[in-house]
Design a binder for this molecule. Sequence first.
Ligand code: MLT
Length: 383
Amino acid sequence: MSEDAPKVLFEITEKHLNTGLRAFPVGTCWTSKVDPMEGVSYVGRSVKDLAKLEPEAVVFLLHNKHLPSDEELAAFKADLASRATVDPAVINFLKGLPKQGHPMEWFLAGLNLLGMTGKTNDFQEDALNLLARTPEVIAAIFRIRSGWGEPIASQPELGLVENFVHMLGVPGGDTEALTKLLRTFYILHMDHGGGNLSTFSGKAVASGLADIYASMGAAMAGLYGPRHGRANQDCLNFVKTVGSSDPADIERFIRDALANKRLIYGFGHAVLRAEDPRATIQYALGEEICPNDDLFRTAANMRTVAVKVLQENPKIANPYPNVDAVSGTLLNASGLTDSDYYTLLFGWSRVVGISAQIVDERLNFRGGKGVAIYRCKFIAENQ
Ligand code: MLT
């Protein structure tokens, strides 16, 4: 092969068709990487090293590809606070939505309202505006749909997560514990490579030059699926059905579920082949904030029992916990007890990474020319 021949990255054969593009290299990603054994890293830094940083510093990292200096961080926080103005028409629109709609359906509507009332059609500007404004929309969805009361006025100077907890105003919630949890939760869920369904969907729609709000709506529609972001909601409900934190009871439950071909939620992953470090971090956090919570204890014991049982089946490529295995038990223990809202919290965080990747594809890749409109090939069949 001549020296300047392009390197073959992956050989596609007929057996790869209709497999969901699994493992197909179709582009590059500057924000994160998912190693099957090490898990996710943001711009070369393991999520384990980033989990305790200031959340705004990690937002800065994904959007600027380096961690901020103290001065840069202070300026970035002030800039985000200055962008966090939501048109009252958006909140008023939410008040008219049907309560039977899922919180993620409300979020899709809210994103499009944010676009209708505030887009500039400058991808970089709209990306930062979107992630600065979505916390107020999401907090309003919680309060209006749950009947907690009127939306609480934003105080962006408190900080991204602190203001979000303030606007949630969880009835009977422990503000300090919830803030501690959501600071880590926010960082852990921001990005996960270029090919997860929500990120891929958002980039695909943006490649047609739809604005970032509409593109993020497509991304969040992808996240809404139970095979993707809504798995965290199903995971907590699964842990609840176990009914015991006793390891022997858990083992009996797992074996019965497998025997009856029921899903074991929270374990396995399309790319990972070891415990998801985002789960590892959350198990440790749970021992700090809710060590005696029964559902957390159940999830913590499932971490060992389910793996032991799943490892008995050689056909299971990844028997280990993923990000969703324990996240719901921590949210539940911190006062956010309605699991219907858990994917919305995933979306609150994931808009950070997706907005950064959309900006990269629209403005930075290919020497600033950007990525062409997505147009893959489907082979005609049965026609
Ligand atoms: C994610 O964080 O997006 C999920 O782990 C799913 C994935 O990576 O495909």
